[in-house]
Ligand binder design. Structure first.
Ligand code: MTE
Ligand code: MO
Length: 202
């Protein structure tokens, strides 16, 4: 039997963690706009690029994973209204990736994350710093499943999950906040779940 007091406290703490218009799920739905790509790890690289496509830095699969991994436990929020609490990931923070490239300051205010399969998402660089975003390759202690973005995906848990580009292969530094795949198709250009920035104009 659950006492009223316990139930009340629990309900309150879940409300604080749950952005408006979301419900909690324990499933892990798969949402992909196209087929799952399967890039062999021996040709996989992660790259930082200038806006004109010039490669500033790149790492092989093995080099990348030796940049200094971190583990995080975070809540994720999909624009289709599911949220999932306490998801566990292992990967490299964007701060570390930039440091490994010798960047003291990001060269532009925005990035476009680019992926195998052609998906893109756009983000302010600021949102990737101070440990707020990672490129991850493990979920709940296991290699990230291909349908969830394996070998590696971006993880930006404080924004709607469409920003967390699966099969990510790099970041391109951009002067402008150029809309990505879903942003061109009517989704909000920033995507803050706490302000319900679901669609363009929210
Ligand atoms: N490359 C790529 N990344 C993507 C997507 C996609 O279609 N392609 N879908 C986005 C959307 S809309 C969501 S909600 C999450 C879904 O991640 P999941 O399938 O692991 O739940 O991935 C995001 N990243
Ligand atoms: Mo989504």
């Amino acid at each position: 039997m659950i006492t009223r007091g316990f139930h009340g406290r629990r309900a309150q703490s879940e409300t604080k963690r749950l952005p408006p218009g979301q419900h909690v799920t324990s499933d892990f739905p798969v949402l992909s706009a196209g087929p799952t790509p399967h890039t062999p790890l021996d040709v996989w690289t992660f790259a930082l690029e200038a806006e004109d496509g010039t490669r500033m830095a790149s790492w092989s699969w093995q080099e990348f994973r030796e940049l200094g991994p971190t583990e995080v436990t975070v809540d994720i929020h999909c624009v289709t209204r599911w949220s999932k609490f306490d998801t566990e990931w292992r990967g490299i923070t964007i701060d570390r990736i930039f440091a490994a490239a010798g960047l003291e300051e990001p060269p532009s205010p925005f990035v476009t994350a680019f992926c195998d399969g052609g998906y893109t998402s756009n983000l302010p660089v600021e949102d990737l710093l101070d440990g707020r975003a990672l490129v991850v390759w493990e979920y709940e202690g296991e290699p990230l499943a291909p349908e969830h973005g394996g070998p590696a995906r971006l993880l930006v848990p404080h924004l709607y999950f469409w920003k967390s580009a699966k099969w990510v292969r790099g970041l391109r530094f951009m002067e402008d906040n150029e809309p990505g795949f879903w942003e061109v198709n009517g989704y909000h250009n920033y995507g803050d779940p706490w302000r319900e920035q679901r669609y363009d104009g929210d």
